[in-house]
Design a protein around this ligand. Structure first.
Ligand SMILES: Cc1cc2nc3c(=O)[nH]c(=O)nc-3n(C[C@H](O)[C@H](O)[C@H](O)COP(=O)(O)OP(=O)(O)OC[C@H]3O[C@@H](n4cnc5c(N)ncnc54)[C@H](O)[C@@H]3O)c2cc1C
Length: 372
């Protein structure tokens, strides 16, 4: 495809449609040329725009359509799939200025937001109302909800709450033509016709641009407890996982795996102590519920199953402070690795669970061979 290019006249025309000045200085073009994938994949856009309303998004799309200019939407740029990299140059459409919470509908347990809202803000607002927003990527303090929807981001609580798409009920979308359309809404049962909401979820901005998102909230469980279980090696930790659930009969809210070198990196980065920091791997297992006794029963069963499967001990974090510390370490791994090696490339990989030891062992072999 031969795309059009933005000359000075076109940039002026584009600017006349928008409230906030477009950017095309060297520093901005660099900044918006990449996400968190490898530096090598960076491509500079020709111009960066900051729409403040659906109308402006629509005007940009109509303009781009008229002149055949590629458009790449962008949330917070934390993506690991290169989705926000403007591979064909053209316009980067940043949502950092469309960051309002539009409605908090407690009666329907729904919240409607603009795409640039940082996910952690939604979690905190829900929490203040005794509700939960179930989407929880490790990047929740830095990624935007628009990016989460476009990537169908998963995260720590995916075992219980599922990925982002499970919580998305309604979308306002600007199509490539500039037309504004709506999919879904606040109805819990909305089953007639095609499910365009979930066609959009995970489409990485290729089908249209999301300008409003309605998310479902859930009641907040009263109690939660996290267990930290060190294992002598990765294979034992991974082999323990299927039996944890079938053996205990409990589906945890979270079940996270951390290999030894990652956890040691996080500890030195945060300057914290971690029990059994020299272990081969750790599992974090979290359970929630409304009855203290039921949660106690669940974590005792899980802890016993974890130890039976080779766990060295089961540490219990039953207050917010210790639980937060544990999760902080888990969520800091990427930053810790980046601090050790400023030149790095982060990739999301996915294999069937039983192949994780093979993946890690092989990665270590490659690292050794290449001197990484
Ligand atoms: C430290 C770290 C931890 C992470 N942890 C997780 C994790 O636990 N789980 C997980 O799934 N991912 C994780 N990620 C990856 C990343 O944070 C998620 O994919 C996140 O959803 C990206 O959001 P963003 O706002 O940064 O989007 P961006 O990177 O800016 O964009 C991502 C994609 O969304 C598109 N997009 C953005 N806004 C819109 C819009 N309004 N309409 C249409 N398309 C749009 C972009 O074009 C792009 O294709 C992590 C990344 C880092 C750096």
């Amino acid at each position: 495809m031969n795309y059009g290019r933005l000359n000075a006249d076109l940039i002026e025309e584009l600017q006349s449609l928008l409230n906030i000045p477009v950017k095309y200085d060297e520093e901005s073009l660099d900044r918006y040329s990449r996400d968190e994938t490898a530096e090598l994949k960076a491509v500079r856009p020709e111009v960066v725009t900051f729409p403040v309303s659906t109308e402006e998004v629509s005007e940009i799309m109509k303009f781009a359509n008229r002149h055949l200019i590629p458009v790449t939407p962008r949330g917070a740029g934390t993506g690991l799939s290169g989705g926000a990299v403007p591979s064909y140059r053209g316009i980067v459409m940043s949502f950092e200025k469309m960051n309002r919470i539009l409605e908090f509908d407690e009666a329907n347990m729904m919240i409607t937001v603009e795409p640039g809202v940082i996910t952690g803000e939604i979690q905190k607002l829900a929490d203040r109302h005794n509700l939960v927003y179930g989407g929880d990527p490790c990047s929740s303090e830095s990624s935007s909800i628009g990016g989460n929807v476009a990537e169908n981001a998963g995260g720590n609580k995916v075992m219980k709450y599922g990925p982002t798409g499970y919580h998305v009920y309604g979308l306002e979308v600007v199509l490539p033509s500039g037309e504004v359309t709506y999919f879904g809404g606040k109805r819990l049962k909305d089953v007639s016709g095609l499910d365009f909401v979930h066609l959009m979820v995970g489409s990485e901005g290729t089908l249209g641009i999301v300008t409003k998102i309605t998310l479902r909230l859930l009641p907040k469980p009263k109690y939660s407890v996290a267990l930290l279980v060190p294992y002598p090696d990765i294979d034992t930790a991974i082999a323990a996982v299927p039996g944890l659930m079938s053996g205990s009969g409990v589906v945890p809210t979270s079940l996270e795996f951390m290999d030894g070198s990652s956890i040691r990196a996080a500890c030195s980065f945060l300057n914290i102590e971690f029990p059994y920091a020299d272990a081969g791997a750790h599992l974090i297992i979290e359970v929630e519920g409304n009855s203290k006794d039921a949660v106690f029963d669940d974590y005792v069963k899980l802890g016993e199953a974890a130890i039976e499967a080779g766990g060295l001990e089961a540490f219990v974090a039953d207050n917010r402070n210790t639980r937060d510390k544990l999760w902080k370490a888990r969520k800091s791994i990427a930053e810790a690795l980046a601090a050790i090696s400023p030149v790095h490339s982060m990739e999301d990989v996915s294999v069937p669970m039983a192949n994780i030891p093979k993946l890690i062992n092989r990665s270590e072999e490659i690292a050794k061979k290449r001197g990484l």
